[in-house]
Design a protein around this ligand. Structure first.
Ligand SMILES: *Cc1c(COP(=O)(O)O)cnc(C)c1O
Length: 419
């Protein structure tokens, strides 16, 4: 059966394309492994959020941690995106890409004083706070600077969401957010801080959510909370619902339609007199990217068949870290049939694999494969383990493409070290 293709990647005859660019040509010139992104796919998904929310005062803050490539950030900024950052480094990237700090929200459970200072100095939109002590620190640092910092409290709405324990964040046992039962007290204390304006509520219940009912449930709870807080006299003005919408990794995955999803949220929030913020990451860039890799060897042991490729867990760690599934397609389809195999990389770890026990095209050394839906949490989680230079990132626009981050060199590997 033909897998459902992420729509920017498609076969023309038997050759795999990204938009109108042949992946074999890109691999021949850029080398492998390499990441390939479709600009159109990214901008279409961002536009779908914007269209679904249109009419409602809102800001779609792209979650930078999903893919922080400077050029992609610049394109999203130009399209009108705000940004959700979880470190000062991400804020630096956004500013360098031409993003407007006034459209940036700073999330994360462990912001340091230096990071808060940096964000205050740049004049970000707001902080999503996760503890009393964080609110107190922001208050003190804002006072020293003579400014008032807008904050939202990140609430844990007790909704089960993520597909994997590591990406589920909205339950009582998680480190994220303030428990629903304590949130009013936290606001009361924030109210007493002269240099913070506690005008927002936020949540983010998890990631790779394929059933939007989970998010809708959280929306209902958050709207009830807004009403309660306003009843206490708090001037709640913005509601940030986080990110989390899932993408299709497996051929059968049914993903929520972004425009419909956003439209549903708009109707829910309309009339509540709230400025709405969303923080989508994966659903904007995930399906827009693939990792190209070349087959190095075929290898058979008494119990298994291996396809050894030149991409590894250092390039794409999701299979190793989350046992996640990525569709792997041949860049040129052949009539050589299929084989049940593990697709593994060169790194010295048994956990270094891209697929296990997978029915794969019967590829030969030299053949190219595309690891699909790798645009989110792909390159950003790459490492130099085994002294492997990180792969380049290629951006496709129609039939044109360019390198938006070059392949690392050996010199890059030792930068900053001394003898
Ligand atoms: C990771 C994260 C996001 C983005 O999540 P996606 O699943 O990629 O949409 C948004 N907000 C916060 C606070 C996050 O930690």
């Amino acid at each position: 059966m033909m897998p459902d293709l992420p729509n920017a990647f498609w076969y023309q005859e038997d050759a795999l394309y990204c938009e109108q660019a042949a992946l074999a040509d890109i691999a021949a010139r850029a080398g492998t492994p390499c990441y390939v992104y479709s600009l159109r796919a990214v901008l279409e998904r961002f536009a779908a959020y914007q269209e679904g929310l249109s009419g409602l005062p809102h800001l779609v803050c792209y979650a930078v941690k999903a893919n922080s490539n400077l050029h992609l950030l610049a394109m999203l900024a130009k399209a009108g995106a705000g940004f959700d950052v979880v470190s000062a480094g991400e804020l630096f990237r956004v500013i360098r890409a031409g993003g407007d700090p006034a459209r940036v929200v700073f999330s994360g459970v462990g912001k340091t004083a230096d990071e808060i200072e940096y964000a205050l100095a740049r004049g970000i939109h707001s902080f999503n706070c996760e503890s009393d002590s964080e609110v107190a620190l922001i208050d003190a640092l804002a006072a020293r600077r003579g400014v008032r910092a807008r904050i939202a409290i990140r609430v844990n709405p007790h909704v089960e969401a993520g597909a994997h324990p590591y990406i589920s964040t909205g339950l009582r046992q998680h480190k994220f957010g303030i428990d629903f039962s304590e949130v009013e007290d936290v606001y009361r204390r924030a109210l007493a801080c002269p240099n913070v304006v506690a005008e927002g509520v936020s949540c983010h219940i998890g990631s790779q959510i394929l059933n939007p009912e989970r998010i809708f449930e959280a929306v209902d709870r958050m709207l009830e909370l807004v009403a309660r807080l306003r009843g206490m006299g708090l001037p709640i003005r913005h509601l940030d619902l986080g990110g989390g919408l899932g993408v299709a990794y497996k051929p059968g995955d049914r993903t929520p339609d972004i425009r419909e999803f956003a439209g549903w949220i708009r109707r829910k929030v309309e009339g509540a007199d709230l400025f709405l913020m969303l923080e989508p990451g994966r659903s904007i860039v995930g399906e827009a990217g693939a990792l190209l890799t070349r087959v190095l060897y075929r290898k058979r042991t008494p119990s298994r068949e291996f396809i050894v490729v030149d991409a590894a867990m250092t390039d794409l760690i999701r299979p190793s870290l989350y046992q996640s599934y990525h569709e792997i397609l041949p860049v040129r389809r052949s009539s050589r049939g299929t084989v049940l195999a593990d697709v593994v990389g060169p790194v010295c770890e048994s956990g270094d694999f891209l697929a296990l026990d997978r029915e794969m095209p019967n590829v030969l050394p030299g053949d190219l494969l595309a690891v699909c839906t790798a645009g989110a949490y792909g390159f950003v989680l790459s490492s130099n383990y085994n002294a492997r230079p990180r792969p380049p990132e290629i951006l496709v626009e129609g039939d044109a493409w360019r390198t938006v981050r070059v392949r690392e060199t050996f010199e890059d590997l030792i930068r900053g070290e001394s003898l």
